[in-house]
Design a protein around this ligand. Structure first.
Ligand code: NDP
Length: 292
């Protein structure tokens, strides 16, 4: 059996069309350009290249992009003061603070400083807390609006657009970071999956993975999840971005997994292309909420 490829690039093209329509309608109605401000302290190469990718996406979509850089030596007070200034700036609708922050900076303090209404990366405790408290689909909503981190939001969008049945299924998420694994688990729970979250201390990881109808990998270890860890016919979402001998690969051994799974995201071309678009959609949504 060869799995159906969950094509993130094709889906991103569809989403780009939907985003463009939304941005054009918003600009027509309000004469305002939905704008993100990216904050970076220092010049971490991965952060520099991620900011460039975001800028490219926002430029192409006719959205506003601002980059605010501080030196590696910036103090916590300086970073918080910059965030506070952007919180108060009406021309900025979304703020993203890039990590890693310089040594000695308390990330929690910086996250707390963000306005939850502009936290389009979904890292402020209010947004993370509302995701944790949200009612399951089909029950009355119990929390206010919030933002979901872009990467798991993209993974969820892939499952939905490919009509993957989630309710009642066993979803296993490998990885429990605040930015990918944990929010993905909560999103699956909201969709009424039965969710197991695995991490570096999980016993018999392969055995747990084998019970998954939906298997999500957010680990950061190249090709760790092997074909014989996958239940035949399972849906596999691979968030991993790793490089082996200059080639990008996921956390799942794709060549093995594609022979066993029912559906699978490739790397590259799966979850990756969705991330910036979900971020841009969050910025558009933030702008809508702020004018509304
Ligand atoms: P983190 O390093 O923050 O978290 C990794 C998680 O994997 C941790 O929960 C860790 O467990 C767990 N883990 C590590 N080793 C093992 C192991 N041997 N067995 C089981 N679990 C293990 O990574 P991120 O969540 O930030 O990123 C995960 C992956 O997703 C990376 O490859 C990253 O590059 C990629 N990524 C992709 C994006 C995209 O757009 N597709 C965007 C962001 C990230 P513990 O908690 O016990 O330490």
């Amino acid at each position: 059996m060869t799995a159906t490829i969950l094509d993130g690039r094709a889906l991103a093209t569809t989403l780009r069309g939907e985003l463009d329509e939304g941005v054009a309608a918003f600009k027509d109605k309000y004469g305002i350009t939905p704008t993100i401000a990216v904050v970076r302290a220092g010049e971490d190469p991965a952060s520099v290249s991620y900011a460039k990718m975001i800028q490219k996406t926002f430029d192409k979509r006719g959205m506003g992009f601002q980059l605010h850089t501080l030196p590696e030596t910036a103090s916590q007070d300086e970073i918080v003061a910059l965030v506070a200034r952007l919180n108060a700036d009406e021309s900025v609708h979304g703020i993203m603070v890039q990590e890693p922050l310089p040594k000695g900076i308390d990330e929690a303090v910086v996250k707390d400083a963000l306005s939850p209404d502009k936290d389009v990366d979904g890292v402020h405790p209010v947004n993370a807390g509302r995701l944790a408290q949200v009612s399951p689909v089909g029950r009355p909503p119990m929390v206010g609006p919030f933002f979901v981190p872009a990467t798991p939001a993209g993974g969820m969008e892939i499952l939905k657009r490919y009509n993957v049945e989630i309710q009642g299924k066993h979803a296993v998420v490998v990885g429990r970071s605040n930015i990918v694994g944990k929010p993905m688990a909560l999103l699956l729970l909201r969709e009424n999956a039965t969710v197991t979250v695995c991490h570096s201390r999980t016993e018999d990881l392969a055995g747990v993975c084998r019970t998954a109808d939906i298997l999500c990998a957010a680990v950061g270890r190249a090709k760790m999840i092997k074909g014989d860890w996958i239940k035949p016919g399972a849906v596999v979402i691979d968030f991993g971005v790793n490089f082996v001998e200059g080639q990008m690969c996921g956390d799942v051994d794709f060549d093995e997994a594609v022979e066993v799974a029912g559906m699978i995201t490739p790397v590259p071309g799966g979850t990756g292309p969705m991330t910036n678009l979900m971020l841009a959609l969050n910025v558009l949504e933030a702008a809508r909420r702020q004018v509304g």
